[in-house]
Write a protein that binds this ligand. Structure first.
Ligand SMILES: [Zn+2]
Length: 233
């Protein structure tokens, strides 16, 4: 058997292994598990962000409440306005000031109300998220087991193919095998293809002069575009 034939035989067996790998990669079992896993990976970050937001709003509320008390206290000072007026003070000045302070108090009150609403909504969101995260923890264990069992069910078949591959690899030169595996890891497949005329049968790229020479002398060359091994059938 020629070197090319050996490698083609190996590739044919390898394609069965790849087929199972692909099947596992696109399976519902894997997709469900990955979804839950991604959620769980992002959850701590999201919870931390919600915590930070809650702390910020609490600080804002404390500030507004303190402002409110300050203004209310200043307004309280107007209780002795009668004494001030009797003492000859300008009543219109105090009236204007009192109105302004009253408006300010209303604004702060409204701000406090709005902030309280926002805090309540944030708190509800936090509780809902926490509840979901606890549910997802259970789901993580569940989908992980399903995915593991699913992979386990493919194992016997994969091990059988692997044995065949190991046996076939014994007849192939190590450097050729290494080059094959490198391409396999780069997700190029099939790795060795026949030339079609002067072109790569996979991507259609025309061979270089050197490539044509190699093919003409019965050697294997590499496509300059898709980097597959090319041989003359
Ligand atoms: Zn190509």
């Amino acid at each position: 058997m020629s070197k090319v034939e050996q490698l083609l035989k190996y590739q044919e067996e390898d394609s069965k292994y790849l087929e199972i790998e692909r099947e596992v990669a696109v399976s519902d079992e894997r997709r469900n598990f990955v979804q839950v896993k991604n959620y769980m990976t992002k959850a701590p970050e999201k919870l931390a962000a919600m915590d930070a937001k809650a702390r910020e709003m609490s600080a804002q509320l404390a500030k507004l409440q303190s402002d409110y008390e300050d203004v209310a206290e200043t307004i309280g000072d107007f209780d002795n306005i009668d004494e001030l007026v009797e003492g000859g003070a300008d009543i219109s000045f105090y009236k204007k000031n009192a109105v302004q302070l009253g408006d300010k108090l209303k604004t702060i009150k409204q701000d406090i109300l709005n902030l309280s609403k926002a805090m309540k909504a944030a708190d509800e969101e936090y509780r809902a998220f926490k509840k979901k995260t606890i549910e997802m923890q259970d789901k993580y264990v569940e989908t992980q087991k399903i995915y593991r069992d699913y992979k386990q069910s493919k194992l016997a078949e994969m091990e059988h193919i692997k044995k065949e591959l190991d046996a076939l690899a014994k007849d192939i030169e190590p450097e050729v095998m290494n080059a094959y595996q490198t391409k396999r890891n780069e997700r190029i497949f099939p790795i060795i293809c026949a030339v079609k005329g002067d072109r790569c049968s996979k991507c259609g790229m025309e061979l270089s002069i050197v490539g044509k020479d190699k093919i003409a002398s019965g050697k294997v060359t590499e496509c300059e575009n898709c980097h597959r091994f090319l041989y003359k059938a």
